[in-house]
Ligand binder design. Structure first.
Ligand SMILES: Nc1ncnc2c1ncn2[C@@H]1O[C@H](COP(=O)(O)OP(=O)(O)OP(=O)(O)O)[C@@H](O)[C@H]1O
Ligand SMILES: [Mg+2]
Length: 234
């Protein structure tokens, strides 16, 4: 399989000197879906923000399709933020979902058609004319998901995409992720979703990768999961 993303010795220190990422190394192949799991504060969101080009790493290299350019990464990755409110920009859902294609030069009518198609593919076409800020938490999350897909990313960077979703919303996201050919890095505390969607797993702990590899092998290792507070609490 061909490599899509390669991360080498990646480090990140927040301005207050907190070292959130320490020497991270891994690769994602085209079409591969990797679960990113680990305790609160282990560095999952920080990693996704840097991969998406929203923050610059302190050290190390990131290659997406061989390019180290962070502007290229901003265009080719689709980040779903942990907090949906950080991602909603426009006065109606349809405009919000059409925002990236329009910003990239697509004609507005065409972009609205594309947005309508994406809303339909996620079974949320009934939200098209609603005001995004007035939506419920789960509805907002589905809308940010649609907005991310509208920019046709090559790599999905998903930060807790099913948080706040009801069982039907959760099913929609899982179904979509299982069906899509796109590569994805999926940060989640929900190991069942990871099991359903991903073939590989990365466990993060205190800013480092504690384990990585084949998902069934990692998730069936009870001792490993317990060591990183992912299972067996008594
Ligand atoms: N703006 C910031 N300034 C300083 N430290 C930060 C900042 N944002 C996050 N951190 C710290 O960096 C570490 C990693 O945070 P991050 O949000 O990446 O964790 P996470 O794995 O996504 O956690 P969660 O499961 O709770 O979402 C934490 O210790 C956090 O306190
Ligand atoms: Mg997080």
């Amino acid at each position: 399989m061909k490599t899509l993303l390669k991360v080498q010795n990646l480090c990140y220190k927040y301005p207050d000197n907190h070292e959130a990422l320490k020497n991270i190394n891994f690769e994602i192949n085209h079409g591969e879906k990797i679960a990113l799991v680990g305790a609160n504060g282990s560095g999952k969101s920080t990693l996704l923000l840097i991969l998406a080009g929203a923050m610059e790493q302190t050290d190390g290299k990131i290659f997406l399709s061989g390019s180290e350019n962070s502007e290229f990464r901003r265009k080719k990755t689709g980040l779903i933020f942990q907090d949906a409110d950080d991602q909603i920009l426009m006065p109606s859902v349809i405009e919000d979902v059409a925002f990236s294609p329009v910003a990239d030069g697509m004609n507005v009518n065409e972009a609205h058609e594309l947005a309508a198609k994406i809303l339909k593919s996620l079974w949320i076409e009934h939200l098209a004319d609603r005001v995004p800020h007035k939506l419920s938490g789960g509805e907002k999350r589905m809308v940010t998901f649609a907005g991310t897909l509208a920019s046709s990313p090559e790599l999905l960077l998903l930060d807790e995409p099913t948080a706040a979703l009801d069982p039907l919303g959760r099913w929609k996201v899982i179904k979509f992720l299982k069906d899509t050919q796109k590569a994805a890095l999926l940060a989640t505390h929900d190991l069942d979703i990871a099991r359903e969607v991903c073939s590989s797993a990365l466990i993060m702990s205190h800013g480092k990768i504690a384990a990585q590899g084949n998902l069934p092998e990692i998730f069936n290792d009870e001792k490993l999961l317990a060591r990183y507070n992912l299972a067996a609490f008594d």
